[in-house]
Design a protein. Structure first.
Length: 68
């Protein structure tokens, strides 16, 4: 016997809504990460330049003056 129900079958709509929600959260997370990288790129470049100068110029100069 075939059962007739007055409840709609919304399983497919729930799956589509869950997929859309997941995609929206993923895009938002990626956008926040990109904004954070853009906000810190100049500071990171400055830190990198200072460390490079320290390793290339100052440490060998100290070693030379110390007689190593």
């Amino acid at each position: 016997m075939v059962q007739i129900s007055n409840k709609p079958n919304i399983g497919g709509m729930k799956t589509a809504a869950d997929d859309a929600e997941y995609s929206a959260k993923l895009l938002a997370r990626e956008g926040k990460l990109f904004a954070g990288l853009l906000a810190t790129r100049f500071k990171g470049f400055a830190y990198g330049a200072c460390i490079a100068i320290l390793l290339i110029v100052i440490i060998p100069l100290i070693a030379k003056l110390a007689g190593f």
